[in-house]
Design a protein around this ligand. Structure first.
Ligand code: SAH
Length: 250
């Protein structure tokens, strides 16, 4: 069996209990060394064979999985955050399917959730925004026409932008097409790691602040009114509001 495992955003304690258990039982481990905290490897068996996929091609990764499968061994393929977000797991799963190698996916805590925790914010604030857009700036991967940042920004929803901190100027330029220039922006560098950094600003000054800090990678850009000083409360715990579990007080 091949297990695609979400290793969480960095802090090894944010690995799920299930992920830790599976890592400790696997014969072979392939981890995404560019982002996965190597501390999660402490759960691995002493005799486990460990590969860093940062130095491998898709063919090489699949070959390791295939060889292990032939020998009846289990493989832990460790991805950062949750594998379903920019994880490049899709093509690995296709290759495994072609070879009839069984696989399972173990979810993880995505970095955007660790960023919300670092900011001590709710991404969905009643009356303000109820939608979270997870996206990225165009890079080597082309963006579909309808998903350009400038278009998405017109919704003025909460937006979390991955893989784009090195293009912060262009990001800001596109966001200004939809959001007001005074809209707050937060950049969270290495959320949940010991050297985590949070930079707060607006569309007007965030770019300059990020450059001053020298942040060029492993960061998320979060934008939207959810970062404002919000006074409104949600209805969920309001005594004037009843729902399935609690009747209105009269
Ligand atoms: N699957 C991962 C994302 C992989 S794409 C997840 O669910 O989080 C890699 C991008 O994720 C990085 O360029 C950066 O934008 C973001 N990222 C990953 N870990 C991060 C962290 N700890 N703090 C801030 N951003 C992070």
């Amino acid at each position: 069996m091949v297990y695609f495992i979400g290793a969480g955003p960095g802090d090894p304690e944010l690995l799920t209990i299930k992920a830790a258990r599976i890592i400790s039982s696997c014969d072979v481990i392939i981890y995404a060394g560019s982002l996965v905290n190597e501390d999660v490897l402490k759960y691995a068996r002493e005799d486990a064979k460990i590969y860093n996929s940062a130095f491998m091609t898709l063919e090489e990764i699949v070959k390791v999985m295939e060889d292990a499968h032939k020998e009846g061994k289990d493989v832990a393929r460790i991805h950062t955050g949750d594998p379903s977000i920019y994880g490049a797991v899709h093509e690995q799963m296709i290759e495994l399917k072609k070879r009839n190698i069984p696989y399972k996916i173990i979810p993880g805590v995505s970095s955007f959730l660790a960023a919300a925790s670092a900011l001590k914010r709710e991404l969905t604030v009643p009356g303000l925004t109820q939608t979270v857009i997870l996206t990225r700036m165009e890079g080597n991967t082309k963006m579909p026409e309808m998903e350009k940042l400038s278009l998405l920004s017109k919704h003025r929803a909460t937006m979390v932008i991955f893989l784009s901190i090195d293009k912060i100027d262009k990001v800001v330029e596109e966001l200004k097409e939809g959001y007001d220039v005074s809209t707050p922006v937060a950049v969270v560098y290495k959320a949940s790691w010991e050297d985590e950094k949070v930079i707060l600003g607006t569309l007007l000054d965030i770019s300059e602040k990020v450059k001053k800090e020298g942040i060029k990678k492993t960061a998320l850009i979060l934008v939207g009114d959810f970062l404002k000083d919000i006074k409104a409360y949600s209805k969920l715990y309001d005594k004037e509001f009843s729902h399935g579990f609690r009747k209105r007080e009269i």
